[in-house]
Structures are given as C-alpha cells and as structure tokens.
Design a binder for this molecule. Structure first.
Ligand SMILES: C[S@@+](CC[C@H](N)C(=O)[O-])C[C@H]1O[C@@H](n2cnc3c(N)ncnc32)[C@H](O)[C@@H]1O
Length: 183
C-alpha cells in the first residue's frame, strides 16, 4: 500500500470521526429541544453533560445489530430517543411507571418524527411481557430494587430474551455524589 493511499484512508477515517461527533451532538441537542418543559430540558442538559459520553457510545455499540430493544425504566427517554435516532432500524420499547414521563417521552418522539419507539406505563416489580426482545437494557435501576425484585426482574428478562439476546445492565457508583443525585 502506497503512502498516498494510507494518507487518504487516514483522512477519510478522521472525516468520519468528525461527522460522527457532529451528528452525535446534533442528535443530543434535537432531543433536548423536543421536551416541552424548561425543567426537563435543563435536567436533560445536565444528564447529557454528566454522563460519561463513552458510556453512551458503549451502550450504542452494545445495541448495534439488535432489533427489538426493551428499555426498563426509561424515564422521559432521553437515552432511548438517542439510540432510536442513531439506529432508525431498531424497534424500541420503553417502560416506566410514571405516566407523566411516558407522556413526555411519547410527545418528544412525535415532535422528533421518531417512529420506531413505543412506550408502556408499568412498574418493573410487576413486569409482564408478552413478547421477546433481542436486547434488554436496565440502566441505573438495580440499586433502587431489593434483592427479591432484582431476582424476579432478571428471571423475567431471561425468559423474554431471544436466543443470543443481550441483557445490558448499567448502574451508578456512589461517587461523585452529584452524579448519583442526577440519575
Ligand atoms: C432517573 S430516571 C432513570 C431513567 C433512565 N434509565 C436514565 O438513566 O436516564 C428514574 C425513573 O425510574 C422510574 N421508576 C422508579 N421506580 C420504578 C419502578 N419500580 N418501575 C418502573 N419505573 C420506575 C421513575 O418513574 C423515573 O422515571
């Protein structure tokens, strides 16, 4: 391989990285602006700022190639909307027990023109699923549940994961404290 070809490959790789950073920032700001409430927009800005951005990228990579995604306890769905916009071919299903947050997520998805999402209002401690998923995400949830609820949740997820399906669990540490407060 000649030097010119190597240089061309390096410059197109760095262009791809720049395009990705630009797309990624644009998606995050579109999601933030789609929320109706000024408080939620402020909250999202803080969440997207304090989350280690590499974690968002790692989660997105974990979902790569998976189609039916279940997100347990999605809140107002800022991360779910990000994954759904990044991978328009996924079918994303977000659960939360707070009907206001589910309405907010539904409204934002509608404003963003994101059609690959559905939302359900359900307590994860009484989780009933009627279908299987290729990936189940449990983000910042486990530390809120007692051991019995954790066991029963994991058993339900295992029953509803497709063969070779992925269970993706991310949780928080107790420090720094300001990050814990904002999850
Ligand atoms: C901080 S948000 C986390 C959302 C999202 N996973 C994230 O990390 O941004 C916490 C959400 O958990 C929901 N929640 C709390 N207990 C729950 C339960 N037992 N079942 C379902 N959702 C629950 C709350 O309604 C709230 O929307």
């Amino acid at each position: 391989m000649g030097n010119t070809e190597v240089n061309l490959k390096a410059s197109s790789a760095s262009k791809l990285a720049v395009d990705f950073r630009r797309d990624h920032k644009q998606i995050l700001s579109q999601i933030i602006s789609s929320y109706d409430s000024v408080i939620i927009r402020g909250y999202c800005r803080v969440r997207f700022t304090i989350i280690n951005i590499n974690i968002l990228h790692i989660l997105a990579l974990c979902l790569h190639g998976e189609r039916r995604i279940l997100d347990l306890w999605c809140g107002c769905c800022l991360f779910g909307l990000y994954f759904s916009m990044l991978h328009p071919d996924i079918a994303y299903c977000g659960h939360d027990m707070d009907s206001k947050r589910i309405s907010m997520a539904t409204y934002s998805a509608m404003c963003l023109g994101v059609h690959n999402t559905i939302f359900r209002c359900q307590d994860v401690r009484d989780l009933i699923l009627n279908e299987n998923f290729d990936a189940v995400m449990v983000i910042n949830l486990m530390h809120h549940l007692d051991d019995n609820s954790k066991n029963s949740l994991l058993a339900t997820c295992a029953r509803h994961l497709a063969s070779n399906g992925k269970l993706i669990i991310k949780d928080v540490t107790t420090h720094p404290f300001h990050k814990l407060v904002f999850t």
